[in-house]
Design a protein around this ligand. Sequence first.
Ligand SMILES: Cc1ncc(C[n+]2csc(CCOP(=O)(O)OP(=O)(O)O)c2C)c(N)n1
Ligand SMILES: [Mg+2]
Length: 321
Amino acid sequence: MLLESQSLIELYTTMLTIRRFEERVAAEFHAGNLFGFIHSYIGQEAIATGVCRHLDPEDRIVSHHRGHGHCIAKGADLNRMMAEIQGKKTGYCKGKGGSMHIADFSIGMLGADGIVGAGLPIATGAALAAQLEGENRITAVFFGDGACQEGEFHEALNLAAIWKLPLLFVCENNHYGVNTTREYSLAADEIVRIPKAYHIPTHAVHGNDVEAVHRAAGEAVAALRGGDGPRFLECETYRWHKHFLSDTLEDLRPREEIESWAQKCPIAAFAAKLVERGVLTQMDLERIDSGVLREVEEAYQYALDSPYPEPEDALEDVYAP
Ligand SMILES: Cc1ncc(C[n+]2csc(CCOP(=O)(O)OP(=O)(O)O)c2C)c(N)n1
Ligand SMILES: [Mg+2]
């Protein structure tokens, strides 16, 4: 499927928005202005972007602890995201959820999750609901290679397969769970062999190539909409930052490996292709970048100007009395 220039530019802009948003969050965290556990999506932008491009607002996604990119790619509001990360009342969860708990049902973003693998049964339920209600919407669930070791992963694959659920599994294989390699922690020598055992059609793709992700996701989404049952994408990628933004956590991954993946930047590679094909000029790239930077700056300022929740709001929106 050949994409028109406008679509290519939009893919590029979404990836860049995720990158600039995450860079700002990291800078503010390191300056001591943000708190809590924040997991950066930098390096993995092509996956959320390439997949979500095929989804309508009624389609649903479920994210994981590294979730800002999924929110942005599904169309979340940057102001409310920044406010949530700053713990402000105008944030998506009124400032009570923080980075790992951003949700927006109005755009089909069912939420992120700090528990590894926990999004998988939620997404399976969302796909089952759509099937029972006779709706044509699909669900996509994003998870890391680390989640493939969890029981929920196997339960979700099995239920999705036997019930032919409209569920797209998107494994973001960045080779590590914190500092533990996938080879050490998963007995299967290839992740895609697991869904294959459940008779789910799979596709392994270079997760730093947004066009490759977009193509593979397009085929999968078309099959899902046709009622063919679940599909599985394994996207190979790498995270640039430490597991989460913190000064104390040590990064034990080999330095040469980190540097070699920095050479495979999904955004720089795509920018070079777009210039080579005459879709964009250097000046266009600069113009897009300043627009994105302005939007991120406005979001940060909006959050700064927003109030914190009141202490008496603490017990609002909780289930327990
Ligand atoms: C059930 C569970 N076990 C352990 C943790 C601690 N933990 C948080 S993120 C993480 C690594 C997850 O790795 P992966 O799923 O590959 O995602 P990545 O961080 O690489 O994007 C671990 C072990 C947790 N939050 N939940
Ligand atoms: Mg991982």
